[in-house]
Design a protein around this ligand. Structure first.
Ligand code: PLP
Length: 391
């Protein structure tokens, strides 16, 4: 017991998600030579007692053994994570589903779950000596990166589509980031960065560095802890780059190895916007990778306007092996969902969360979800930043 109480990361190495090749964890790494994401691996063989969590603050850093930071002096935190898991009793009564839950990420610093990933990535980058960061963003990731770069004393460069709601643009500038507006979508931002990036700018694009994933993984750890270490039957997630979905699944795999939860894992559902649904199309075709969406239309769910996900293969693999689904939701339906949940539960969902709600309703109606099943819906951010999309 004594040795287990020493709070030290179990982070062991970095491996290519495709080939399993090992990369030096003591150097700044991006992605593998196979152009696939690198995954942090932990040495869980010695085991760890769930009791280590006792008394720790309710934020994502309570799981520090399962996070890659080695030197706590580099932890840059604004209190991310530790979000509520609401039991949606009124909505559940309305639909005849007594075990419906909402993991609500709206209360995170900078108003979205992106805070988890960026707190982790910036802390780890600082530990490895990075001084300047650059990011292409649909909005929330840019705000979060800017805030964490501010407290880490790092230079921040943010590339964002011109049509991103104003608050996303202004918050980055307020945190001291250099903001570049780009005509087009997040992939166009990435292309622009490729042309303008200075050699000492570290690219924080999701899954093109290994650690945003580790921050987002903590959503999965929290969900299981909040359900008293029982896996739910279904988790429904609004999928852009897919980092959250991959992270939640990674949490289940690590928790199973630690025997903190059983073998049961949830069926994972990816939800996209109809105007930009490369993962849904690939899933429908039973494909292993996703063809990019050409010229995506506009959506009120800015976080879902991702025409090409770098982690497409990982996302699809998880959907298949978990027995999950992928489905697309229309703009009209997102607006309907916003009103429904606001009126039933007094909760304002981000448009991405409203898409998840509508996907849940459809899967329930189709009978793919049974009324007695335990279902967790993800609301990934606050609606307040999107108000201009609704007027
Ligand atoms: C970024 C974002 C998403 C998509 O997240 P991924 O993990 O990249 O799929 C969903 N919702 C909101 C509010 C976002 O900011």
């Amino acid at each position: 017991m004594e040795t287990l109480s020493i709070a030290k990361t179990l982070y062991a190495d970095l491996v290519c998600s495709k080939s399993g090749a090992v990369y030096d964890k003591n150097r700044v790494q991006t992605y593998s030579s196979a152009e696939k994401p690198l995954l942090a691996r932990y040495d869980l063989s010695a085991g760890l007692e769930r009791g280590v969590l006792q008394g720790r603050p309710w934020n994502m850093w309570r799981y520090r053994e399962l996070l890659p930071l080695e030197d706590e002096a580099y932890r840059y935190s604004l209190g991310e994570g530790g979000t509520p898991l609401f039991h949606l009793k009124r909505a559940g009564r309305h639909l005849g589903t007594p075990w419906l839950y909402l993991k609500d990420e709206a209360g995170n610093p900078t108003g979205s779950f992106k805070a988890r990933g960026l707190s982790m990535a910036i802390s780890k980058a600082a530990e490895l000596g990075v001084r300047k960061c650059v990011i292409p963003t649909a909005g929330n990731a840019g705000g979060a990166m800017s805030a964490y770069c501010a407290i880490a004393g790092m230079e921040a460069h943010v590339y964002m589509p011109r049509q991103t709601p104003l608050v996303f643009q202004h918050e980055c500038a307020l945190y001291g980031a250099k903001v570049t507006l780009v005509d087009g979508d997040i992939s166009d931002c990435a292309r622009r960065i490729a042309g303008e990036r200075q050699p000492d700018w570290f690219d924080i694009s999701t899954l093109k560095e290994p650690f945003r994933l580790e921050g987002k993984k903590t959503m999965g750890l929290e969900i299981v802890e909040q359900l008293d270490w029982q896996a739910p039957d279904v988790i429904i997630y609004p999928t852009g780059g897919g980092t959250g979905l991959i992270g939640i699944w990674k949490a289940f795999e690590e928790l199973e190895k630690l025997a903190w939860t059983g073998k049961k894992k949830p069926r994972m559902v990816a939800v996209q916007a109809e105007v930009c649904s490369p993962i849904v199309n690939a899933f429908a075709a039973d494909a292993k990778i996703a063809a990019p969406c050409h010229q995506p239309g506009t959506t009120i769910a800015n976080g879902l306007r991702v025409p090409a996900a770098f982690g497409d293969e990982l996302i699809l693999d998880i959907l298949y092996k978990s027995g999950g689904r992928a489905l697309a939701v229309s703009e009209e339906d997102m607006k309907t969902g916003l009103k429904e949940v606001a009126r039933l539960e007094g909760q304002l969902l981000a448009p991405e969360g409203a898409a998840v709600w509508m996907a849940f309703r459809r899967l329930l109606r189709e009978g793919w979800i049974q009324p007695e099943e335990r279902v967790v819906l993800l609301n990934t951010g606050t609606l307040y930043k999107y108000i201009e999309n609704l007027v």
